[in-house]
Design a binder for this molecule. Structure first.
Ligand code: ATP
Length: 291
């Protein structure tokens, strides 16, 4: 028996942090959504041993306990005293260290897959709580739907699906260390977004209300080291995107267009300025990762 799970990337439509917890973790105020750019994770049981193995099609990624997918399997195996190993194979499509939560998406896919394979019958809330032990984005990735995310990443409140629109993704060459960015958040100088307004705007499913309230307070931190972020944002707007913003700790920038023709124009125009450009949409209710 094998289980294949889709592991969609995430985007932060809204990312703010009002304070840091005593253990150093930021308190988050986020609105996140899953997009139709996804890794695929295949989990197959080993019947004769308790080994956990990870293979990916990207040679430079860790294939051992440093891989978040491995950590997800290990936690469930240990916690529920499972006497079975698993082979995890990951087909990577989500750019690595890009602010799109690729490792967290893979870990969440393993949690969902093993919940089925080992008949654990854990609810999404329970899986999300376990996911937080791996990374702050794993709880959201367990849900993989538009949601308000708060606490250290473990409080997930699903929101209605977003209205239809197109997303142009542009990833500068630089890779960003999330831990490094989080350490440098300038709390005393931070200008804050209006989280409640964003929650209301998202609930209204009206793009005109959502776009002006979007923000990401980590942009200022990452831009210091990756000035291309600002350049790409300006280019996106110049080519016709209705808004442009960095996702997560970066460095990927995304532009939003309501209409396909405009998004395609932004996509084609950007290709001359950035190596990695993609045209995607938000995941919607029919997405297989919700099942
Ligand atoms: P986040 O903002 O959640 O930290 P990200 O999208 O910026 O995510 P990832 O693609 O998850 O970053 O990769 C961050 C680091 O995690 C990489 O340097 C990589 O070595 C490590 N990693 C561990 N497991 C995985 C995995 N399954 N896929 C990708 N990276 C992984």
């Amino acid at each position: 028996m094998e289980i294949i799970e889709k592991a969609p990337a995430k985007l932060n439509l809204f990312l703010d942090t009002p304070f840091r917890h005593p253990d150093g973790a930021p308190e988050w105020q986020m609105v996140m959504t899953a997009i139709d750019l996804a890794d695929y994770v295949k989990v197959t049981p080993y019947f004769k041993n308790q080994l956990i193995t990870v293979e990916t099609d990207l040679g430079f990624l860790p294939q051992d306990q440093r891989n978040l997918a491995f950590q997800a399997a290990k936690i469930l195996q240990k916690r529920f005293a499972i006497n079975q190993g698993v082979q995890i194979k990951i087909r990577k499509k989500i750019p690595v260290a890009a602010g799109m939560g690729g490792g967290s998406a893979d870990a969440a896919a393993v949690l969902r897959a093993l919940n089925k394979l080992w008949n654990l019958e854990l609810s999404r809330v329970e899986l999300a709580r376990i996911g937080l032990l791996i990374d702050s984005d794993v709880p959201f990735c367990v849900y993989s739907q538009t949601a308000a995310v708060s606490g250290k990443g473990e409080i997930i409140e699903p929101l209605p699906d977003l209205p239809p629109f197109w997303i142009v993704l542009a990833k500068p060459r630089a890779s960003v260390s999330t831990a490094g960015v989080l350490k440098k958040i300038p709390y005393s100088k931070l200008g804050h977004g209006d989280y409640n307004k964003m929650l209301l705007a998202t609930a209204s499913q009206d793009l005109k209300q959502i776009l002006p309230v979007m923000t990401n307070v980590l942009e200022t931190v990452t831009q210091t080291n990756v000035p291309e972020i600002l350049r790409l944002k300006h280019k996106m707007i110049e080519f016709g995107a209705q808004t442009a913003q960095m996702t997560g700790s970066g460095p990927t920038v995304f532009g939003i267009c309501e209409h396909y023709s405009r998004a395609q124009h932004v996509y084609n125009s950007l290709k001359g300025f950035c190596e990695t450009v993609q045209l995607v949409r938000p995941c919607h209710l029919h997405c297989e990762c919700r099942q």
